[in-house]
Write a protein that binds this ligand. Structure first.
Ligand SMILES: [Zn+2]
Length: 279
């Protein structure tokens, strides 16, 4: 299993400006207080983000769990670190047990999982069977509703519900730095709209809202990347990619339900199933 999920770190080429840490993580400072943390040797090439100011840090996703992310976060983050998984898929909860009670989106579908202050995702929301992982139970310290503006020191980040890839997905919008932390809603590579709970109509509705809310200059940072021309970099998209994706989703929604893959542009493809036309 390990061989399929990882490649030797020595075979990974990093873009200029990325630094290898702990022989696993590719790290890049976006600006003072924001660290992108990639896992380019992991087959899904996850990227988590450490958002810090003053004595506070927010860890946006806790990594694949193939290596512990907590020591890196302890080196770079503030004393007070809160982890916030963007959604409950296994590859975003990897290091969750190394952090205290986490922050989680206050959505009915997620709240329904709570028992005695802890959450246990369902099989369909976790999807860990893909990698033989057992479902974690973890404590939730703060429930944040969509629309909430989080304060990390003097930084402000709005929680936006972004269903499409999964019904429990949220993203963060930091207007002061013109940055949108998209998580799995959009990223470079094959977008998964074929997994349980994924919905093309939800993609359409979320994209419509985002295109109204976000400015054209927005920097979109994503939770998955890939090697491009053999080199790994922090995955970014822009406003035009959202417009192109909306046109692609609209085209698909005009067709009868079917399973397939649609090349959106040179940065994204969309995987979908018959079920994603229904939900
Ligand atoms: Zn996901």
């Amino acid at each position: 299993m390990r061989d399929e999920l990882e490649k030797p770190i020595g075979d990974v080429r990093l873009a200029e400006g990325l630094r290898l840490e702990d022989d696993w993580f590719a790290v890049r400072a976006l600006d003072p207080g924001t660290l992108a943390i990639g896992e380019p040797a992991y087959h899904q090439c996850n990227w988590s983000y450490l958002i810090s100011d003053a004595d506070e840090s927010l860890l946006w996703d806790t990594g694949s769990g193939r290596r512990p992310i907590a020591p890196l976060v302890a080196r770079h983050g503030a004393r007070d670190v809160t982890a916030f998984p963007s959604h409950l898929h296994f590859d975003h909860l990897g290091g969750i047990h190394d952090f205290g009670p986490v922050m989680l989106a206050d959505l009915p579908i997620v709240r329904a999982l709570e028992k005695d202050g802890a959450v246990t995702p369902t099989d369909e929301m976790f999807l860990g069977a893909y990698e033989d992982l057992s479902i974690p139970t973890f404590e939730v310290g703060q429930w944040v509703s969509p629309g909430t503006v989080l304060h990390v020191g003097s930084r402000r980040l709005e929680v936006i519900h972004t269903p499409g890839h999964s019904p429990d997905s949220v993203s963060l919008w930091e207007a002061d730095r013109l940055r949108f932390y998209a998580a799995d809603f959009v990223y470079r590579g094959e977008l998964y709209a074929q997994t349980p709970g994924a919905s093309l109509q939800a993609y359409c509705d979320t994209l419509t809202v985002l295109l109204q809310r976000l400015p054209q200059e927005v920097q979109i940072v994503c939770a998955h990347g890939r090697a491009e021309h053999g080199v790994h970099d922090m995955p970014q998209l822009d406003y035009g990619d959202l417009e192109t994706l909306l046109r692609a989703v609209d085209t698909l929604l005009d067709m009868p339900a079917h399973t397939g893959e649609h090349q959106v542009n040179d940065r994204m493809a969309l995987l979908y199933s018959e079920a994603s036309f229904r939900s």
